[in-house]
Write a protein that binds this ligand. Sequence first.
Ligand SMILES: [Fe+2]
Ligand SMILES: [Fe+2]
Length: 468
Amino acid sequence: MTYIKKHVPEIIALIGAVFIIAFFIWAFSQHATIGLFRVNGFFKMVFIAFGIFGLVLLILGLSYLCIKTRKNTAGVRWFSVLIIILALPAIIIPPVAFSYLSGIFSPAFIDTPPQLLLSGNTGDYGVPDMAVYFTTAEAVSGYTLTWGDNNGTTTLTEDNKTKQHLFILSNLKPDIRYFYRVNDEAGTYFSTPSIEGQLRFAIASDAHYGSANSRNDLTSYMLAEIADPDNGFDMFFFIGDLVEYGFNDNEWDEALRSFNTAASTIPIRYAAGNHDTLFSGLNNYLNYCAPQGLDSNAESRLWYRIDVGNVHFLVLDVEWSAETYTGAQAEWLEQQLKSIPQEDWTIVLSHGFYYASGIYSHGWKWYDNQETINSITPLFDEYKVDLVCSGHVHNAELLEENGVKYAVCGAFGGLPDPERTYTSPASIWYASGQYAFLDIVLDGEQCTLTFRNSDFEALYTATINNNQ
Ligand SMILES: [Fe+2]
Ligand SMILES: [Fe+2]
């Protein structure tokens, strides 16, 4: 005890430095932190400043130890006070930041409403399987799901206690109106896509629930338009940045409740955005948007393929830049592209963009991303991908490079980016300051792509050719 009393300043300094180091080890072991550090100049400065602070603390602690052993003057005592004052933030901030960012004190799951998720599995009739999926804060058993059409119903019952309630609807027939019912609640109706006729789907990105800058009232309008049966959407892809801070349960709660307007009746699937997977956000993204068992035989829950007749969606995990585009993902992408007949439609979706106009912000070029262009687009060129859709930059833009069309969806409620200061040579059409999403209609050899604003007005319409 006397020993500790005699060495309080250096012990506190050492604990502070260790806390900072431990926090860094944890933070950089999280899925999206390297991207955050590389792309966001503000956070890069915060990380560097805090790292230097930890180092200074360590040096001060060791210096104090050396000085104290030689003499014990008033100056040395003042030095000890200074070290203690400096060490306090290092002792307080890392544990507080860790508890906030890691979600360690939050429940693993919150109650979420049922979503109708698209599965990567294709049934006997060529329609993707779907799943009714919801989560509960407590593990419970005995939920039932009844689903079917005019010709008959099936009831699925959960036997084991679980917080993740996943009911797979398999071997769906095309162009049929089905219903599902959880326990004795009212039935919800949905329609399956056509395999040979017209296919209409919405693609949106960047809702950023939880950000004070977001216009999620406009997100609600756009969701209602996608859900409106008169508009005839068969499917909905939301490709990232659903929430501002993926580690924050309240934001997921708000987003999933709001999205339920569309997600309960229009089959939906997600791609991970850099904001969704921040720090411990990856678990939330996987738990709420990509549950285990949705795609059997899937190599990863972060990238997947969905087939609807001769239309093939390849969804990639590209978040900040190319950090999450692993060798395994590249290999998988090439295998998929190789297996798709050239006359079919191939549509690639990812949060992160490739060609885009934009601005320079926080030390990063938010336009033509040379990393993703160099590491991923050669495969799009080689296998003649028809359309690549992304978000991440909050603009609406259509571009073309090497015969491949690139569409940047527009902000689905997140704050639109400022007017571009760099115009991509690949740009065909561009709009800033717009809340928008993509409305795509595929009908045989015809593909019509329309950027729609929050009033469902067409901002721009283009015809996309099949790259034979
Ligand atoms: Fe975003
Ligand atoms: Fe993003």
